[in-house]
Structure formats: structure tokens, C-alpha cells
Design a protein around this ligand. Sequence first.
Ligand code: HSE
Length: 418
Amino acid sequence: METHKELTIGLFGFGTVGEGLYRILQQTDSLKAKVKKVCIKHPDKKRNAPAELFTTDRNVLLFDEKINVIVEVIDNADEAFEIIRTAFRNGKAVVSASKKMIAEHLPEILQLQLETGLPFLCEAAACASIPVIRNLEEYYDNDLLHAIKAIVNGSTNFILTKMFEDKLEFNEALLLAQQLGFAESNPALDIEGYDAVNKWVILLNHAYGIVEHPDNVLFTGIQNIQLSDAAVAKEKNYDIKLVAQAQKLQNGKVAAFVLPQFVNHEDHLAFVKNEYNGVVIETGFADKQFFYGKGAGSFPTASAVLSDISALRYDYHYEYKKLYHHKPSELTTDFYVRTYISFDKISKVPKDDFEWIEEWHGGQERNYFIGTIHFEKLVKSDWWMQPGVSLILAPEAIIENIEIRLLKKRSLELAGVI
Ligand code: HSE
């Protein structure tokens, strides 16, 4: 029987995830993996581990020939990239949980893997405890993968649940998410959708072979959602979730974005509450499959890092089959979306940009309508992100070009125009 590789780990970061991993490894005797050194930023902080384990000099880890795995779980994306680049050049396998770093440096990270042949595993970087990357890599063929819809940020899902179900104020819910170790050090990254789009870029790569910078994927967070939007959602029997979505259109291209969305109570994603994440995958013949698990927090995230470390024992690599063995898919902005728009002042909304408007409600302080707009018009503008305006997608929001003419005709008929 083949003996498994001995793994000697150099760990960067001893925060929520790093310390969680250290504790888990102490309880996982079966894995022949030992943390030799931990590189930290603040030596004066009290740590629950022997002092001789720690150093502030990254080279002590990166140039130690006994260390064959670098695990990097810090939250400074630029430093994280420098660390992994040196680790690759020094012949070490890399496990990372740095979503921002991976999303922003995807082409370079792919190149480093090609040049060195070393593994780079990052399951913890998207949906924490849910093994979604490895499933997308191994199981779902590009041609069969029709759509993925997911909740990929635990903090915003936690805040929405606490606000709309437990009636907490936004700031109270955020504070709780921070205390529980779900939020980023800069929580604006969660609230404004940056964290979610970074994760989505990583998943688009493993799902469809797409290599795109996060700046090229339309996104926003939950910063503009109002209690009055939640009231409308309730009336219509919907929940509001921050949803990352990708769908292969009939022209073979992929529509992708991260936006707040109305979700039917029967939808799998409505079941996803608090810091949980959920991924619904739609394929050609299997129909829908649903992955569910904790999307943030110390042990759930560390468990994914542990699983990556464990996979290194048998030299597991991502093969990026969709990118290298198939024809990679391309993103498109040429489709329509059905949206709910609420606003304090109509002057903020270019209503003539909409193909049609189905519902219009005027209130004393807030108004809303439901309308269909070409996606490119959202990409090219930012009126929908300004304070006082909130954009929430309708369920089944994507409308392909070929459907639009029929729907347009029908809406005009209903309006009595033709
Ligand atoms: N801040 C992140 C979240 C942590 O809330 O999902 C897990 O990546």
C-alpha cells in the first residue's frame, strides 16, 4: 500500500481561521500533518499556543526546506500573493483561504501552477465548509452545467436573517456577525458585496473555465436594502437574499452577477439562514442539486482547509478541466433582467431605460416598480447603486434575447397599447 506523504506545514495567520485550523489539527491524529511554524503580524497579541511556534519573519517559513506545505489564511491580499508566489518558487504546495487575493490574481496563480506543477488548493475560499470547488472540478461537466445560484457570503445572510426574522437593527446584526467571527476585518467587504463577488469569480473559474477579474462581474451588496423592501417581499411571499448567479444562455455564453434577489419560500436558497451558505446547481439531466453548510466561522472554514491539507497527501491538484480541456465559456452582458426598483426620488431612476414596467406603486416616502431592463444598461451605469435606490432581482430574473420579443408584445397587449 502506498504510504501517504508526511506534511510539514508553515502557517501564515493565526486569526479566526488559522487558530481554528491549529486546534483541529491537534485533534486529527490520523493526518500526518504538523504545523512547524506560524508567521504572525502582531507578536504582542496573546496566543493560545507555545510561544516558540511563532515568528514574524515570513522567510523563516518560506525558506525552510523541511516545510513542504504553506497554508496561507491572512487577510491582506497583497501580502498573501507575495507569500504564495515565493512558496511556489521554493517548491512548496499551497493551501489558501484568501478569496480577495485569489480573485484578483487568478491569471498569475494559474500560471504559477502551470510553471511549477505544484498544487494550489483553496476550498475554504468559497462557501467555507461546503466542498463546492472540488465538486465543480470533478463532477460537473461544462456542457451539462446549466446554472449555479448561491448564497456565498455568511455575514450578509446572517444580517438579513437577523433583521427580517428577529427584527434586529442593521448595526446590531453586524456587530453580532463580527463578534461571532463571520465578518471580514473590514466588514464593508461583506456588506457591499466585494467578498461575494470575489468568491463568485473563483467559482466561475472552476465551473466554467472563466478567468475574469472581479471588476468585470456586476455586483452589489445589501447596503441599500430598506425595511420597506422587506415589507414588499413579505407581501409577495418572498425572502430577500444576496444571490450569486451564473447561467449558461442558449448562445453558449454565461450570464453572471451578484445582486440582492427576491427568493420564493419554496426555493432551496430560502432555506439558507444565518451564516449558512447554499449552492443550487442545475444540470442537463440531473435537474437541481443543493449543497448546504456553514459559510463562515472558525471551525467550518478551517475544516475546508484541513480537507485540502489532507488531499495533498495523495497529491491532489485541480486540473481546471473546463479551462484547459474544454473550450472555456465566456461571460456575456447581452440579456435582460426583471428587477424590483425602490427609490425615494424618481429623479434618481432613468425609467426610460426599462423595456417595460409591470407594476408601479407610489407611497408617501418610498415608491417602487417592477421592470425589465437590458443587463448592459446596468453595467454601464451606477444610478441603481446610489443611496436611496434599491435594486432587487425578481425570481427567475434572467430573460434571454429570444424570449424578449414575445414578452414585450404580451406586456404591451396587457397594457392595452396593441
Ligand atoms: N466574511 C466571510 C463571510 C467569511 O461572511 O462569508 C467567510 O468567507
